[in-house]
Design a protein. Structure first.
Lengths: 128, 530
């Protein structure tokens, strides 16, 4: 819960709105809302269009992705990390993780209508 | 390679404070107790005794680990081949110069427009004096080295919300922090607060030491005056002739200094990795890779993308694709030394046992971004008297690194305009290269207002978008090391791994060298027994 607490503190202390988005903190992400979180964080590897990329190895495409059908899978990947992908449990709040997974599951050709809640993320976090 | 292994900023802050308050030996003891200081255990050039009976080794990856292994195994009598994904050797030991072009994942292509002789090292950029294995290879292979300036007392420490955003000279922050701590401690001593800890006889010595170290005056106060100025500098320095008399400077307000957290920047130089002397190859870090290439370049096949590694009782077959012709090929050898980063290897089909497979899957990769910026004049030298060294800031760029070469030249110079880790690095990575450079200029101009007027061109490397790497370096946790590290390093059948990820010196070239020497020593023992 630490990241959420710090975000709240930053807002209370009057950090400008622009700063509360990208480049808001050296310890956690301050982007708010699924689109901003995706663009500021996930797009680094999965690319702005969600298609991933390939070099000596690959970043998987998230487009038309049947693995996203059950929300538990992407929640688990983001909370725990997977192979070289780091965990984002310390750098994104439950709310942010819920928002960005909901965003990915409803964009890039995905249409999974059941929104992810912070409580679902919290449950995955506590079972880490 | 890192100032900020993204782990545990709190521990680092604690270490900074211990170091700044208690001096190097206390810092070192604390670091050892916390498992931080890792000495290079290099014992001199490797001796692979005995000639192997016609044995072959296929090395995957021509970074430092692979190049060291190729060099030593051929000398020991092995048949050696090396496969490398990139169109150059060196791996993360890499230098970008004017005329180079670089295409990152996602397709953005950068054509470096730096002037002749100017460069940026996107990967490692400094070599501590105690990285003895790497330095020994530099010596043996004839790589000229020059000092890398880590600490510059005239560079800056900067925080957005401290002192109105005005950068402070390192010298002044150090003097004022030491002075503040010394004055506090002297007051405690004089009020007999420490009489349980310090004997009466030692009290006088301690007060002498505090006065000396903290530049305290005759009343054991740290304040504007000749003593403080000797440490922090003058408002008007001593000169010659009629108007030579110096004017003292005024120390920063102690509480402002404490809450500014600028003292964090003092802690870096106390860290074993950053203690002087440090070195850099003259002309760029890739001079090391080029020196190895002179020895073993004939063994290396470039543009080879490994897609499968299959071992059997008799040897190892590696399937790879020529990234130009797309032709799929297979190479076979008796043994395989694999230095492919785990971020890539964890995606490659490979029949190793469950322990090594689990280890390969257990290491996330750190984000890091470096941005080189060329300016038409070296204003940091001519305007601000900063010759090499590093400014530390809490802005997302984290550092401004001044070139430790080419001093006093009139022409353009290249700064390291950003070296970002953690969340900031992801955020830089998610931008296209031009936007990263623009952001680096925006942040850097808060420290050097000359930026906008003097900027000419830049190059931005985000390690998660480097096609051969998909990340900067392996981020081991202590728990993951306890469970997986030995399984990662142990020989599995006919395969052994090496690289910075198979070392306790992550992200540093020395880790790659020592890992490689250890792996080929064990491999050679295995071969000689079989």
């Amino acid at each position: 819960m630490r990241p959420q607490g710090l975000v709240a503190a930053a807002i209370v202390l009057g950090v400008p709105a622009a700063m509360a988005q990208t480049f808001g903190s050296r310890t956690h992400f301050t982007e708010q809302g699924g689109a901003a979180i995706y663009a500021g964080v996930c797009a680094a590897c999965h690319m702005p269009n969600g298609l991933g990329a390939s070099g000596a190895g690959s970043y998987p495409s998230l487009a038309h992705d049947a693995r996203l059908a059950a929300a538990a899978y992407p929640i688990g990947v983001v909370v725990q990390g997977q192979r070289a992908m780091p965990s984002f449990a310390e750098t994104l709040s439950d709310q942010q993780i819920a928002e960005v997974i909901t965003y990915v599951r409803t964009h890039f050709g995905n249409a999974y209508a059941d929104g992810v809640t912070p409580a679902q993320v919290g449950a995955a976090r506590s079972s880490r | 390679m890192t100032d900020a292994r993204a782990t545990a900023p709190r521990r680092r802050d604690l270490l900074s404070l211990i170091g700044a308050a208690a001096g190097g030996s206390a810092m070192y003891l604390a670091m050892t107790a916390l498992g931080h200081a890792q000495a290079s255990d290099y014992a001199g050039p490797i001796q692979l005794a005995g000639r192997p009976a016609k044995a072959s080794v296929l090395i995957l990856g021509a970074g430092i680990a692979g190049l060291v292994a190729a060099h030593e195994l051929r000398r020991a009598g092995y048949e050696v081949q090396v496969l490398e994904y990139n169109d150059r050797v060196g791996g993360r030991t890499w230098t970008i110069r004017g005329g180079d072009s670089y295409t990152e994942l996602g397709g953005a292509r950068q054509n470096c427009a730096f002037d002749a002789g100017l460069y940026v090292n996107p990967g490692p950029w400094r070599i501590p004096y105690h990285h003895r294995a790497l330095l020994d290879y530099c010596k043996r292979l004839g790589v000229p080295l020059e000092p890398f300036i880590q600490v510059n007392h005239n560079a800056y420490l900067h925080a957005r919300n401290a002192f109105g955003g005005r950068p402070q000279r390192y010298r002044a922050v150090q003097a004022d922090f030491n002075g503040m701590i010394s004055e506090l401690l002297a007051k405690a001593v004089k009020a007999d607060k420490l009489d349980q800890l310090v004997s009466k006889e030692d009290t006088e010595i301690l007060l002498d030491a505090l006065q000396d170290w903290g530049a305290l005056d005759d009343d054991f106060a740290y304040r504007a005056g000749p003593y403080a100025s000797e440490h922090r500098g003058w408002a008007k320095p001593p000169g010659g002739g009629l108007s030579a008399q110096p004017i003292d400077s005024t120390p920063l307000n102690p509480r402002d200094l404490l809450t500014s957290r600028l003292w964090r920047g003092l802690g870096v130089a106390l860290d074993y990795d950053y203690q002087t002397t440090l070195f850099q190859p003259v002309g760029g870090m890739d001079r090391i890779a080029q020196a190895f290439a002179r020895e073993v370049g004939d063994l290396v096949t470039l543009r080879a993308k490994v897609t499968a590694i299959r071992q059997d009782d008799a040897g190892v077959s590696v399937v790879w694709q020529d990234t130009q012709s797309q032709a799929v090929q297979q190479t076979r050898a008796d043994w395989c030394l694999c230095t492919i980063p785990l971020s890539i290897l964890s995606q490659i089909e490979m029949n190793v046992g469950a322990p090594m497979a689990a280890a390969i899957d257990s290491v996330p990769y750190a984000a890091a971004v470096k941005i080189g910026l060329q300016f038409r004049r070296r204003f940091w030298e001519s305007d601000e008297a900063i010759y090499g060294g590093i400014t530390y800031t809490d802005l997302p760029i984290s550092v401004i690194g001044y070139p430790a070469t080419g001093y006093f030249s009139a022409g353009p110079g290249v700064l390291l305009g950003a070296y970002a880790f953690g969340p900031y690095a992801y955020e830089f990575t998610a931008m296209d290269p031009a936007a990263r450079i623009e952001k680096a200029l925006e942040f850097g101009a808060q420290i050097h207002p000359q930026y906008r007027r003097e900027f000419q061109s830049g190059v931005a490397v985000a390690w998660h978008r480097v096609p051969s790497n998909l990340g900067c370096f392996g981020l081991w946790t202590e728990a993951a090391r306890a469970e997986h590290y030995k399984n990662l390093c142990a020989i599995d059948g006919r395969i052994v791994l090496a690289g910075e990820h198979a070392s306790y010196i992550p992200a540093w070239q020395e880790g790659a060298v020592l890992s490689s020497l250890d792996a080929i020593t064990r491999l050679h023992e295995r071969v000689m027994k079989s």
